[in-house]
Design a protein around this ligand. Structure first.
Ligand SMILES: [Zn+2]
Ligand SMILES: [Zn+2]
Length: 340
């Protein structure tokens, strides 16, 4: 089978390797599409990935073969996978938060430990499999993982339909957060995004306004239009300044949820947070129930794949696809793992 190996220089090499055989409790997945995540780029940039590993954790595909003892998964069943293999025995797991189980991360798939989805096939455990409905095509289904990230973050807000929310950044996670907020009935929704292409995508979903932070201060723009500050700010920008910006925009006793990953240090003005008693939550990963919700929303056609997906490229062009994500004018890029 073909697989894209990450080389020590951070580029990819497409190689032919032998097809893995599913062991007891394992299933071989024929990968249809695998999306490129911001965390894939971060993983490569840190230089911490083992050489020649296969990454990719946002995938859809079909069951190809089952290992010993696996029942109920027919060949050809369309599925998506949850890439963390949480232990359900440690403190976070037992307290109801398997998404922050460190065992789950250390036994994850497509994040530098076990091989992932930028390949024609991959092995997974049955506990990580989710069936998808017939109404859901596999391209759209590959959006399940990033949509579940946004759903998990939005659940932390506890948002009600009459709340005012601002999303900082309209990259894929920002766009999925807008969808997740809309699914919760929040309609007083603003987005701040400097990139014209991404701003257009947010407008296409239907928000009250997309603010270009280079032209307007989001805080004063929203105040002029609403007469109040937002109850919630979702930081999906993940820049050095975005947490500080979110905490200065949010209303008194408001809530900031951070979804945008930033690898370095961030700027924050504690005095502003003290003065308003701002709460800042960090959201990581998802529960199985967030996956169920994401699959349900995608199956109902709630997310327009033309908004969320900017390009689909074959596995052999994966290097080019990663390059494209460093340029403006992109949203989610999917890799077609069976093409060419
Ligand atoms: Zn992801
Ligand atoms: Zn655990």
């Amino acid at each position: 089978m073909k697989a894209a190996l990450v080389k020590s220089e951070g580029n990819f090499e497409i190689v032919d390797i032998s097809l893995p055989k599913p062991g007891p409790g394992e299933v071989l997945i024929k990968v249809a599409y695998c999306g490129i995540c911001g965390s894939d780029i971060h993983l490569i940039d840190t230089g911490l990935l083992p050489s020649d590993c296969v990454i990719g954790h946002e995938l859809s595909g079909w069951v190809e073969a089952c290992g010993e003892g696996v029942k109920g998964w027919e060949k050809g069943t369309p599925v998506v996978i949850l890439p963390m293999d949480s232990c359900y025995e440690c403190y976070p797991c037992k307290s109801g938060h398997p998404q922050i189980c460190s065992n789950g991360i250390h036994r994850s798939y497509g994040l530098g430990v076990n091989p992932g989805g930028f390949a024609e096939y991959m092995l997974v455990k049955t506990s990580m499999l989710f069936r998808i409905p017939k109404t859901l095509d596999l391209k759209t289904a590959a959006l399940t993982e990033p949509l579940a990230v946004a759903i998990h973050g939005v659940k932390m807000l506890g948002a009600k339909s009459d709340d005012l929310a601002l999303v900082l950044g309209a990259g894929p996670i920002g766009i999925f957060s807008v969808y997740a907020l809309k699914a919760r009935g929040v309609s007083d929704l603003y987005v701040s995004e400097p990139d014209g292409f991404r701003a257009g995508k947010a407008r296409a979903i239907g928000v009250k306004a997309v603010i270009d932070p280079a032209e307007n201060m989001p805080a004063s723009f929203i105040h002029e239009n609403e007469g109040r500050a937002p109850e919630f700010v979702m930081d999906c920008a993940g820049t050095e300044y975005s947490i500080g910006e979110a905490s200065s925009i949010v209303r008194h006793r408001g809530l900031v949820v951070v979804l945008g990953v930033m690898m370095g240090q961030a700027w924050l003005m504690p005095l502003i947070c003290f003065a308003k008693e701002v709460r800042i939550y960090f959201s990581f990963g998802y529960h199985k129930s967030d996956y169920d919700e994401a699959i349900d929303l995608l199956g109902k056609g709630f997310v327009d794949p033309r908004v969320a997906i900017s390009e689909v490229l074959p596995l052999q062009d994966i290097g080019e696809a990663f390059q494209k994500l460093h340029e403006p004018g992109q949203m989610k890029i999917l890799i077609d793992c069976q093409a060419g």
